[in-house]
Design a protein around this ligand. Sequence first.
Ligand SMILES: Cc1cc2nc3c(=O)[nH]c(=O)nc-3n(C[C@H](O)[C@H](O)[C@H](O)COP(=O)(O)OP(=O)(O)OC[C@H]3O[C@@H](n4cnc5c(N)ncnc54)[C@H](O)[C@@H]3O)c2cc1C
Length: 423
Amino acid sequence: MTRITRRSFTLMAGAATGAALAMPNLAFGATARIAVVGGGFGGATAARYLKRLDNRLSVTLIEPNAKFVTCPYSNLVLGGLKTMDDISHGYDGLAKAGVRVIRASVQGIDPSAKRLSLSSGNAVQYDKLVLSPGIDMNFGALPGYDAATAEKLPHAWKAGPQTLLLKRQLEAMPDGGTFIMVAPDNPYRCPPGPYERASMIAHYLKTRKPKSKILILDAKESFSKQGLFQEGWAAVYGKMIEWLPGKAGGKVTEVDAKGMSVKTEFGNQKGAVINVIPPQRAGEIARAAGFAEANGWCAVDFNTFQSKADANVYIVGDATIAGQMPKSGFSANSQAKVAAIAIIEGLNGRTPASPAFANTCYSLVAPKYGISVANVYRVTAQGLVATEGGVSPTAQPPAFRSQEATFADGWYESITQEMFGQA
Ligand SMILES: Cc1cc2nc3c(=O)[nH]c(=O)nc-3n(C[C@H](O)[C@H](O)[C@H](O)COP(=O)(O)OP(=O)(O)OC[C@H]3O[C@@H](n4cnc5c(N)ncnc54)[C@H](O)[C@@H]3O)c2cc1C
């Protein structure tokens, strides 16, 4: 894999977006109706770009929540660095950009009639559909963990009330208690997310409850940005965070909510607070409509993100299996732009050019201590693979890590502004 500098990466990622913006004003007769399901990273981006690329399109976004609470930076809420308000975004900007925003959830998709039925009782007709419903927890895949248990042992893997529940539990935890995190096997939403969470919780505990411990019980043998995280944990938190890989007793086989413990192949572990991040699958609506494979995820054509199950449907974001691209907000945003271009090109009878995708994931180990992974992905004979990029270097001075934390803030600000801003 070619290593790229941050500057060359930024130019490439910018070029991908620039190509979309530089497209000529497209001319086709009838105004196509595009429905977008889900107002998160994939859906909000797709709606915004479809309208931006050709504002004669009739673009309808359907989302049940008045505000989207981002998972990115929700770990910082747990660490006390951000508030829920800081990570909540309304849809006025999209409405101002000409997107028709309907507050409802889609309860059914009739692919042959190209019709959505909504929780409001209304229906929406479409010519093309973009689906970005994100993930659902695969309750039942981990014995003892279901939707009711999640009210006692939160996953907080969808930001919102679950984030607040976990935060309140941390606040109530006695000094000297053990915080257990159960981390899932791949694939799952945000590969570095559990380890950023452990870092932010360590920051909170170090400053408020320094006798406490964090135990990560992991189904995997290794994890994203592992060297960078472990270097940071040792430097900032000493021995506060212990990570157990699957083969060393990390694989959790059962959850006992009543006993506040989890069972591993090496015995039981008791926690004062237990954060279970369970196995996941594509959001319910994508599965119910028949767009998911037996593995629970949706297959797409990587050149367009068109569903392999229905040529009128484009699926982006976490609900898909996108080759080597991780399930991240940045990936969803990049895929949504490619899908928007593919839809417009398709409506005009043209084949879109082969795309390049970008993803950068920043994580905070501590305030002013950032780490990152950045890659460009292309469609090759091997599928959708990372062709350039890698993780940021270890053994750097504090100024370097502080700069990465500043880049993280810049990333969050720019991507949320791009999706939800008034521009
Ligand atoms: C703790 C944590 C930290 C993270 N940090 C980062 C990070 O730093 N950077 C990064 O790039 N990514 C990060 N992620 C990953 C990122 O949140 C997801 O990859 C991203 O949200 C995926 O976008 P999406 O559009 O697929 O799903 P979402 O953003 O979850 O959007 C799905 C939307 O669909 C709506 N929906 C679902 N079903 C229906 C229906 N039937 N009808 C209508 N609407 C529906 C939902 O209400 C939701 O608004 C993090 C994730 C977690 C858990």
